[in-house]
Design a protein around this ligand. Sequence first.
Ligand SMILES: [Zn+2]
Length: 243
Amino acid sequence: MERLEVLWQYQELDLQMDQYVQKKKNSDSRQKLLKIKNYLIKQEHNLVSMDSNADQKLNLLSKLEKEYDGIADRIQAQLKKLQSDEVLALEEIEEITKEGLMLNDNIRKKEDELKKLKQELRNFQERLNDIRRKVANAKTEYVDVKKDYDAEVKKINEELAKVKKQRDQIGEKISKPLMAKYKNIKASRSPVISLLTDNQCDGCFMSLASLVVQRVKDGDRIVECENCGRILYYRESKESIPS
Ligand SMILES: [Zn+2]
């Protein structure tokens, strides 16, 4: 068999292998897994920052509670003073009353702050529970989808191995320099071999000079397209009948 025909057949199987590799990459289950993985990473960060946020809020809560208790104690002490049998000067009573009003005001403010903070903490806890529930669901889904993906990949790999075996068998018939050339071109463009069609390279559609066309048709040497660098192959009319 002509060496370019052998290389052409090698390429057909090589391209089939590329398709299997692409199929693995584009598989729905793989895309789904990546999406779930990204979601889990994002929520992981989210939970960490929520954790430190919760710590801050709890610290604030205990600070507010201490302040509240301090004011409440002071109110009790002043009340005790007023209710005691001690005879107080009028100024003293006025001062205690004045402070009492202020303390009342303060304690009401603290009560409001505490109420607000406690509500925030409740909302926060709800959000946290919600995220944890969703994360747990996502993990379960991941395990399920992974099973599908593994089965899919296993099937593709089996087919891939079959095609690879065929390709490599043909590859044994190809000379080392030609194979090296093929691989070299493949690294930057695929397919490597372009058919000569109506005096054009069907890889880049450039019209070829008649001298080049003749050289390709002769098939004595390997001719590369001047424009795209692919190996040109004149595959006689056998391929012009659509399959
Ligand atoms: Zn070309």
